[in-house]
Design a protein around this ligand. Sequence first.
Ligand SMILES: C[S@@+](CC[C@H](N)C(=O)[O-])C[C@H]1O[C@@H](n2cnc3c(N)ncnc32)[C@H](O)[C@@H]1O
Length: 234
Amino acid sequence: MAIAARQPYNRVYVMLNAIKQFLGDMYFLSQARAIHELTRLDPDAKRGLLATYAATYDTFVETGTYLGLTAAFLAVAYKIVHTIELDPVLYENAQRRLRSFPNVHCYHGDSATVLQQILPSINGPAVFWLDAHYTGGITTRAAANTPVMGELMAILAHPIKTHLILIDDARWFVGRNGYPGLRWLHTYVRDHSPYDMVIHDDIIRIFRDDEWTRPQSFLTNDPEPVTRIPASAA
Ligand SMILES: C[S@@+](CC[C@H](N)C(=O)[O-])C[C@H]1O[C@@H](n2cnc3c(N)ncnc32)[C@H](O)[C@@H]1O
């Protein structure tokens, strides 16, 4: 009886969620069309892009190790690679695979928490690749599908303000399933840090460039929006 009474509410809940999801997808598509942002990089191109930042930064921090392929690829480019995985089996396997790279440090746990333990040891501008999230299959999740806001808060609180923060899968930031909306995130970054934010190739880039006067929008068609870091970071 109690279950029967709840059924109409469940149906309303499911319907509201479906509408929210539909509106979220439309929201992202409308932006994407405007900025030609339906483009996405394949994994090799993405790793190639991440490697180019090793010319400026010594340290690469990845959240979401998964199979360890990105960490292995970037181990030859960066002086230090930190990578964090929540799933115990993925962590064990990646740690075994990455054993031959002495400059790669693997961590097990929720990246929002583990980042807070790693950050005090980071004493220069670093690249943060925030890629920890639940994607079904053998991947796992903590309390939420994505730890991204906890990760971001930890990095923004770090005394060094010239990091390059890259967040994969911008298309998922539509204000549902635990992901903030892009506009909300942009406002949050501007209100809580000296960083700015742009989106390119489905990657959210949060960066510091005091020399660069940009319009207020995070939408951009620039071929390579992050090319410089301020002289103060050198
Ligand atoms: C998209 S995969 C990462 C892919 C990897 N960065 C690469 O380039 O090959 C996401 C990974 O994040 C992990 N994950 C999910 N939630 C996490 C969390 N809170 N902390 C750390 N890892 C998490 C998943 O188990 C999964 O292995």
